[in-house]
Ligand binder design. Structure first.
Ligand code: NAD
Length: 240
């Protein structure tokens, strides 16, 4: 049965892979983001609805829900690296805004008219489950996302809706490429050395493929996951 699926931050990386997977499976997919060209590239002729929205903007998020969705994936997110003392208030606020407030606004609006069987999925992170010395704002925001997910899960349980989080380690996307470039620059390493450093904590010692994250979200969105609620599904090769 075809479902209506919303993916925020659908113009690149994991969001793009998610949107294409659901569309290729026959679902009716809406992607949102801030750059129309990137959204069109994600669509690539699949017939997705492309809508502009900054997930930190309450009115823009509300406007996405003129009709309800069956599956809503709060995927937009990101953040820079740096030790606590170097984090400016503006960087802190921006990181919380996109990762945590964006997920709050997306799920709050999604729930207004979501039918039983509906699925809320947050693209969280292993940084929802453990801290990191150079990602204090990002880890704080992603820990917050998990608190939000677990709370919503309890609220919606009796309605037959579920709310879960996917918690990937480093995935092979532009965001991971940024991390490799930053390690390279900071420590004067080669590309290979910087990559090895980035994946050092992953027992499988490699970046995670976007498809491996998509598979977790597809499962959580499926009827097979009807009793999985408030869960943080780690996709990290055993890091968590
Ligand atoms: P990405 O940078 O490729 O994608 C993030 C997307 O979110 C981009 O399309 C960006 O334009 C969009 N976005 C950012 N701010 C936005 C805003 N205010 N409004 C609307 N859209 C906005 O990175 P990605 O790796 O695909 O990340 C997707 C999600 O997965 C993020 O939440 C990220 O924190 C999470 N994640 C990524 C990794 C990783 O290693 N790549 C690991 C764990 C979790």
């Amino acid at each position: 049965m075809s479902r209506s699926v919303l993916v925020t931050g659908g113009g690149s990386g994991i969001g793009r892979a998610l949107a294409r997977a659901f569309a290729d499976a026959g679902d009716s997919v809406t992607i949102t983001g801030r750059h129309p060209e990137s959204l069109a590239q994600t669509d690539g002729g699949r017939g997705m609805a492309c809508r502009m929205a900054d997930v930190t903007d309450e009115a823009q998020v509300a406007a996405l829900f003129d009709s309800p969705f069956d599956v809503v994936i709060a995927n937009a997110g990101g953040g820079g690296a740096g030790k606590l003392r170097s984090v400016t208030l503006a960087e802190w606020n921006a990181t919380l805004a996109v990762n945590l407030t964006g997920t709050f606004l997306t799920f709050r609006e999604a729930l207004r008219e979501m039918e039983p069987g509906g699925r809320l999925i947050a693209m969280a992170s292993i940084a929802s489950l453990k801290g990191g010395a150079t990602i204090p704002a990002y880890a704080a925001a992603k820990h917050g996302v998990l608190g939000l997910v677990r709370s919503i899960a309890l609220e919606v349980a009796k309605k037959g809706i579920t709310c879960n989080a996917v918690c990937p380690g480093f995935v092979d996307t532009p965001l991971a490429a940024q991390a490799v470039a930053s390690v390279k620059g900071r420590f004067g390493m080669t590309e290979d050395e910087a990559l090895a450093q980035v994946v050092a904590d992953n027992p499988m010692q490699r970046l995670i493929a976007p498809g491996e994250v998509v598979a977790a979200a597809v499962f959580l969105a499926s009827p097979a996951a009807s009793m999985v609620n408030g869960h943080a599904l780690s996709v990290s090769g055993g890091e968590i």
